[in-house]
Design a protein around this ligand. Structure first.
Ligand code: ATP
Ligand code: MG
Length: 389
């Protein structure tokens, strides 16, 4: 008997001729996620099988795979010889284990699939025979063909695979199959969620963070590094650019109208992020903005921000309520880190009365009155790069 992880994948089947490309990307992401666990990964008839994981690390492997995008669901399965009595005994053992949990239920159904057409029983017969043996052994159970609480699956292939659990995967598309984009990451709740959502659509991420020593602390920066790490559990390796922003921010603060400072700051962040993104081969920027959430996220403000760059800006949270964003943050495990209280550079310099309907001409004019070009070059030159795995 051998423990195997049976992996089903998502929308990839829609991709026609590109399908092998998506499958290869998924397998390579799975290999990366299972690094150090010596997996043997094989693709077969629309499924991926992970073998060779040691018993002690089997649950860890399963847990890691639940964060790989492109996976629809995972079933921990027992692989045994196709000899019928062996199959029955393995199935009964699995049912026994399942029934030892108090909420296992009392109804079941057998789902047989026979890929090996030479096997001496067809699916219907397997269903009936195995169902009978289960009832004989566990008389307290009954068969429910419509809504069974326990689904006992048997697949007859080159071996027999038996399982009764289906654990949901992270869904989405394999990371790396949709190109690359740069995430503007702050220490807040929203941007890590935004990064997660776009990686889920197949984008490879790099990340750009602006900090303002000494107005923001070392710990605020550590927090961003930690958040990037948490996102990388899903998105894979992320190159994080830490950009010193104090000079630019102080200059905006001293030389520009106070009510415009936030939007001007956002424009300069976007410009620098776009430069970094280009250098990385990224074709879009990602932010955690949501319409109307704060003064700098009105439609007018977003238009003024967009005007600073020519790359598309993805805002996957644009139509989400804060509650909905917080739910995702909790689910993906970034929330607890995001709410740590360290100051962000945006919160240090908040104007008392920010413009909520900035006018593009006015903002452009305010920005043009100051020559930021040297400061931008210096910020980029002094940027620190970290590879987050
Ligand atoms: P978040 O929860 O992501 O901080 P927010 O609701 O606090 O978002 P803002 O502070 O206005 O909103 O920031 C909007 C977006 O701008 C962020 O989601 C992020 O993408 C980007 N951003 C803000 N501050 C920074 C920063 N210091 N470095 C990089 N990007 C930033
Ligand atoms: Mg913020």
């Amino acid at each position: 008997m051998e423990k195997v992880l049976l992996v089903r994948y998502t929308e990839i089947h829609l991709k026609g001729l590109n399908r092998p490309y998506f499958e290869r990307a998924l397998i390579s992401n799975m290999k990366r996620a299972l690094h150090g666990l010596d997996p043997k990964i094989e693709r077969e008839q629309g499924r991926i099988y992970v073998r060779g994981i040691s018993e002690e690390r089997f649950d860890e492997a399963l847990d890691r795979l639940t964060r790989v995008f492109g996976i629809h669901s995972i079933s921990p399965a027992e692989a045994v010889d196709k000899d019928w009595e062996t199959v029955v005994q393995a199935a009964l053992k699995l049912m026994e284990k399942r029934l030892s949990s108090p909420d296992a239920g009392t109804s079941f159904k057998v789902f047989a699939r026979r890929s090996d057409k030479r096997y001496f029983m067809n699916s219907d017969t397997i269903n009936k025979e195995l169902g009978g043996r289960v009832l004989e052994r566990f008389p307290e159970l009954h068969v429910d063909v419509h809504k069974p609480e326990i689904k006992l699956s048997v697949e007859i292939r080159e071996k027999a695979y038996i399982y009764c659990e289906e654990i949901p995967g992270a869904k989405g598309m394999p990371t790396g199959t949709a190109g690359a984009a740069s995430l503007l990451i702050s220490g807040g709740i929203d941007s890590p969620v935004a990064g997660y959502m776009m990686a889920k659509r197949g984008l490879t991420l790099s990340a750009v963070h602006f900090y303002s020593y000494p107005y923001t602390s070392e710990r605020a920066r550590d927090k961003v590094v930690e958040l990037t790490k948490l996102v990388s559990r899903y998105a894979g390796e992320i190159k994080l650019f830490l950009v010193p922003f104090t000079d630019i921010q102080m200059t905006i603060y001293e030389k520009c109208p106070e009510k415009e400072t936030t939007v001007l700051m956002r424009r300069l962040m976007m410009k620098i992020a776009e430069r970094i993104a280009r250098g990385e081969g990224a074709m879009a920027l990602i932010t955690g903005e949501s319409l109307g959430q704060v003064a700098s996220q009105t439609l007018e403000a977003l238009c003024v921000t967009n005007d600073a760059v020519s790359m598309p800006v993805f805002r996957p949270l644009i139509g989400f309520d804060k509650d909905e964003i917080m739910d995702i943050a909790r689910r993906i495990g970034t929330y607890e880190t995001s709410i740590l209280p360290y100051e962000d550079c945006c919160t240090v310099f908040v104007p008392k009365h920010p413009v909520t309907k900035p006018k593009l001409d006015e903002l452009r004019a305010s920005e043009a009155r100051v020559d930021f070009s040297e400061m931008i070059e210096k910020a980029i030159a002094d940027t620190e790069i970290m590879l987050i795995k």
